[in-house]
Ligand binder design. Sequence first.
Ligand code: SF4
Length: 490
Amino acid sequence: MAGGTETHESLDMNADTLREECGVFGILGHEDASALTALGLHALQHRGQEAAGIVTYDKDQFRSERHLGLVGDHFSDADTIGRLTGKAAIGHVRYSTTGETILRNVQPLFAELDGGGIAICHNGNFTNALTLRQQLIRDGAICQSTSDSEVVLQLVARSRKGKIVERFIEAITQMEGAYSLVALTAKKLIGARDPLGIRPLVLGDLNGAPILASETCALDIIGAKFIREVENGEVIVCSPTGIQSFFPFGKQPARPCIFEYIYFSRPDSIVGGRSVYDVRREMGKQLARETNVEADVIVPVPDSGVPAAIGYSQESGIPFELGIIRNHYVGRTFIEPTQHIRALGVKMKHSANRSQIEGKRVVLVDDSLVRGTTSVKIVQMIRDAGAREVHFRLASPPIKYSDYYGIDTPVREKLLAAKYSLEEMRAYIGADSLAFLTVDGIYRAMGFDGRDNDNPQFTDHCFTGDYPTPLTDLSEDQDLVSLPRLVEVG
Ligand code: SF4
């Protein structure tokens, strides 16, 4: 079961990770609303690289710029920002799990409705969007996209409630799954978090202008003050007269996604009152307590493995060294190599730092293992650099179940830990030893005495299979029927 040989463009450490789906940002009452939104989205780019969009409201109409590609590719020129006039804006960066990567799925989506228009953007995934969409289409709805987020817009349009906020609330109380939503109307900026608070959303302030964002790093980049987290199940309404909160779902314990700490959120963000960097380092320390091994050097798999590797080194006392060097200037692959160059095993993005590896017993530390394809190549690269032993350590438990809450996970059959035992996984990646942080260990690293199985403190079903909400759209064969697939087959 030893791993395959490496080729030039394949040794990309990010190729085999879970991908977070999307980041949201909104601001109300600021001269530079669109420029600040572009900066906020830039800080959230790690949450989605496929497309970006900004919608403003000015002079009785929405103004929209939505593009495929990175924020910097489209929102760094003055003309685009110049067209986005108005003192209120919302924005979105996208990584698609439902809905193809086509312009009509790029968010924010917006519609002019009786009683005033609304624009929305969404981080997460609705697990009953398909069922609702089919009903809406049967009732005559005309859908502009194949994105699950549009279902909220359709339900707002159908609501017979008086005020737009009431219509928005009526719409989201019909949704299941995980979501952080930011919406814009003529006068208001609205935010909402699902009843369990699975996806993150924070409130900030910039000189009196309220801001809603997926992570605090989007506040830091523009010098905005962090006010608080938007609570689970809260609908927050910001208007020129102040901020109001509604709790249409009643209060229930929060269960935020634990993977935001493991990989999705930026290390400099504060999530749930915790520094993401500190939590990852603590996960590394707990990993060393649980899985330590005789070795000469701790080497992180860059970049996401760095904080945990530092923690592992601090706890074990084994020196930490940058044994893998990342080339930050790869961008688009510049030359298509000939077979001869490929055979050379050219490493475009990452290469081994031989002086820190040769003749040593190496512990590689990474944040998580999904399919295992990249781990095979990393182990081979470290062996080729002369390592005497290679031990692989993961600062999270084995991923055995697919996610349906906005994370692009492979189908279960492709998850290495769903099909192989620990020993088979070790043999597959070609390491001398392999170990994962335990589920209880990850809760200890978060400051608890372990997982509370009666009332789990976090959403953790990719490790435990304990899905926290109904999965209405789930098909017989345990695969969440995604919108595009059904749309295609009609
Ligand atoms: S499966 Fe659950 S814990 Fe894992 S990434 Fe998804 S929401 Fe987070």
